[in-house]
Design a protein around this ligand. Structure first.
Ligand code: ADP
Ligand code: MG
Length: 296
């Protein structure tokens, strides 16, 4: 190989806002045929906002938001920030929390105002022995309607029962649909990979033109999804930003980390998209292909 062409490739990368860990990375880019895109923070901005608060019969909406907000105040997920910000704005000071525990990709739990509160996915609620929701039809209906519109729904439980539901919304990045179309034009297969619910994932996928969705994936299973596709003979690029994406980024043939994401993700990736711009993922793949053509 001609090292000069590789160096030109990496230098051009820096100009495009792409940091490449080493020239060997360009080589693995050539074989890539499938691009897994994390949803939150990668395809979407990851800046979430609270859309609505729903309470079960006989429960005050304020209690749902106050208890959930107090817990989420101690967490770092974009969902947590949205809920904590809304609660702080409405109530000012929030109750203090004991025995706080965050579970990556699932949610949070702790003692707030003497109550054992759990906020997060059904799987987390089940872990804490919370009875599944669904007996409250108004809550179930609010949830179904919100998820159909691409929103993330967060059940709120205390004393072993689901007492409310928070709905949060994220926005698709302005360049996402174009980037997906460009990936397709390069002959690549885009797949949306997310821990979020299937309906919300499908709605976001439809908005950006992705037709393959792998949803409700636990953080520890993201890496297995990459490995499974690889066993099926696919060469996989993974684009992600979160702590929960790090293992998958490392496992992928090509890991592209959002520069706007967490340090762990950036460390695990082969490439960093400095501005967190999905279009740069397309540029990176194009650049690698061009650079390698120059070498051959
Ligand atoms: P993604 O794969 O789209 O980046 P994550 O793996 O970070 O999403 O989160 C998956 C799901 O876990 C979220 O959609 C949400 O339902 C739940 N979740 C994660 N963190 C929290 C939290 N702090 N509070 C409530 N729910 C959470
Ligand atoms: Mg993410």
């Amino acid at each position: 190989a001609t090292p000069t062409a590789l160096l030109v490739g990496t230098g051009r990368g820096a100009q495009l806002g792409i940091l490449i860990k080493g020239p060997q990375v360009l080589e693995s880019t050539r074989r890539v045929d499938t691009v897994l895109l994390d949803k939150t923070g990668t395809v979407t901005t990851g800046t979430m906002s609270l859309v609505s608060v729903h309470a079960a019969d006989g429960v005050a909406e304020d209690d749902v938001l106050r208890l959930a907000g107090a817990l989420e105040h101690a967490a770092e997920h974009p969902i947590a920030r949205a809920i904590a910000a809304a609660a702080t704005e409405r109530f000012g000071d929030l109750p203090s929390v004991d025995e706080f525990r965050a579970t990556e990709g699932l949610g949070v739990a702790g003692i707030v105002a003497g109550k054992a509160v759990v906020v997060g996915r059904d799987a987390l609620l089940a872990e804490w022995g919370v009875r599944p929701a669904g007996d409250d039809t108004a809550l179930a209906e609010a949830r179904r309607a919100a998820e159909e519109r691409g929103r993330t729904t967060v059940p709120v439980a205390w004393d072993g029962v689901v007492h409310g539901l928070l709905v949060v919304a994220d926005t698709v990045k302005p360049e996402a649909a174009r980037a997906v179309a460009d990936l397709r034009a390069l002959g690549l297969r885009p797949v949306l990979l997310t821990g979020d619910n299937a309906a919300a994932a499908r709605a976001v996928a439809a908005e950006v033109g992705i037709d393959e969705v792998i949803a409700e994936v636990l953080p520890k299973d993201k890496v297995d999804t990459v490995a499974r596709l690889q066993r099926e003979g696919r060469a996989v690029a993974m684009v992600g930003d979160g702590v929960n994406d790090a293992a998958a980024l490392a496992q992928a043939d090509l890991g592209l980390a959002m520069g706007t994401g967490t340090d762990v993700a950036i460390e695990a990736g082969d490439l960093t998209l400095v501005r967190g711009d999905l279009g740069a993922a397309v540029d990176a793949i194009r650049l690698a292909r061009r650079t390698l053509r120059t070498i051959k």
